[in-house]
Design a protein around this ligand. Structure first.
Ligand SMILES: C[S@@+](CC[C@H](N)C(=O)[O-])C[C@H]1O[C@@H](n2cnc3c(N)ncnc32)[C@H](O)[C@@H]1O
Length: 258
C-alpha cells in the first residue's frame, strides 16, 4: 500500500515537472502551429463517423430559406460547411488560432452560398468583437472541450444570439456512465498531458449538463458514442453529446427526436 502511494506521488510530481518544462520550452505559438497542422484534416476523419448525427442535428439549419447570419466558434478548417443552409448565408468565423485562417479561407471559397463576412480571433468565452443579439445561429463542434471556461462561453453565445436564435452543438464529454473509461478521462485531465498535446482540450468536462444548466432554453439533447476505429485519440473522446438550444423558451417547431 505504502509503495503504491509513493509511486503515485512520484508520478504526480514527474507529470507536473514535465509539463512546466514542456510549456516553457515549447512556446504557445509553436503549439498553435503544430495543432493547426495536426487538425487541418480532422473533419475528414470525424465527419464520416458522425454523419448521421450531424445530418439530424443540422436538419433545420440546412433547410433555412431566408438569409441568416451564422457564427461558428472554433471553426478550425471549416468542417461543417456541408451542413450550412442551402441558400445564401453570412458567416462570422471565430478562430483564435491564426494558423487555421488560410486553410479556412481556401475551404469556404468552395461554397459560393456562404459569404465569409470576417474572421473573428477572439476567444469564444468572451466573443468580445461580436455585438449583442446580432447572430441567428451559433455552431460549435468539438470546441467546448478547449475553451478556458465553458460557462462563460455559453454566456457569450447567449449574449450574441438574437431572441429565438439557435445554438447547434456536438461535443465530446466525460462518460456519463461510471465506467473505467470515465476514470481514464479524469486521470488524463488530472495529469494535463492531453491538454498540452491538443491545445487546451479537456477529456472530462460535463458539457451536456453545463448546456442544460445555462441560460439557453428549449435544449433538445442526446448522447452517442463515437466509433473510434482508425485513430487512437478518438478512444478518449468517444462519449458525445449533441443538440440544439434556443435563446427563448419557445419550443422548437420540430423536435430533433433525439
Ligand atoms: C478539435 S478542433 C475542432 C475544429 C472544428 N470545430 C471542427 O469541428 O472541425 C478545436 C478548435 O477549437 C479552437 N479553440 C481552442 N480554444 C478556443 C477558444 N478559446 N475560443 C475559440 N476557439 C477555440 C481551436 O483553435 C480549434 O480550431
Amino acid at each position: 500500500m505504502s509503495v503504491l502511494l509513493v509511486v503515485s506521488a512520484l508520478i504526480v510530481v514527474l507529470a507536473i515537472v514535465y509539463q512546466k518544462w514542456l510549456y516553457k520550452y515549447i512556446g504557445s505559438d509553436n503549439r498553435k502551429k503544430y495543432f493547426a497542422e495536426l487538425l487541418k484534416d480532422f473533419p475528414k476523419l470525424y465527419n464520416p463517423k458522425t454523419k448521421p448525427m450531424k445530418q439530424k442535428l443540422f436538419e433545420s439549419l440546412i433547410k433555412t430559406k431566408e438569409e441568416i447570419c451564422v457564427l461558428e466558434i472554433g471553426i478550425g478548417s471549416g468542417g461543417n460547411f456541408d451542413f450550412y443552409p442551402e441558400s445564401k448565408c453570412r458567416l462570422i468565423a471565430n478562430e483564435p488560432n491564426q494558423y487555421f485562417h488560410q486553410i479556412l479561407s481556401d475551404n469556404v471559397a468552395k461554397y459560393p452560398q456562404i459569404i465569409l463576412s470576417r474572421i473573428s480571433s477572439s476567444s469564444a468565452d468572451n466573443l468580445q468583437d461580436i455585438g449583442d443579439a446580432t447572430i441567428d445561429a451559433v455552431i460549435s463542434t468539438v470546441v467546448l472541450c478547449s475553451v478556458p471556461n465553458v460557462a462563460n462561453t455559453l454566456d457569450a453565445i447567449l449574449r450574441v444570439l438574437k431572441p429565438g436564435g439557435k445554438f447547434y452543438y456536438m461535443e465530446h464529454e466525460l462518460d456519463p456512465k461510471f465506467t473505467w473509461w470515465r476514470k481514464l478521462q479524469e486521470m488524463i485531465d488530472f495529469f494535463g498531458i492531453w491538454t498540452f498535446l491538443f491545445d487546451g482540450c479537456h477529456a472530462s468536462r460535463t458539457t451536456g449538463n453545463l448546456i442544460k444548466d445555462s441560460g439557453l432554453l428549449s435544449v433538445d439533447q442526446d448522447r452517442f458514442y463515437l466509433n473510434p476505429v482508425g485513430f487512437w485519440g478518438l478512444y478518449i473522446i468517444k462519449p458525445h453529446v449533441y443538440g440544439v438550444a434556443m435563446k427563448t423558451a419557445i419550443k422548437s417547431e420540430k423536435s430533433l427526436d433525439l
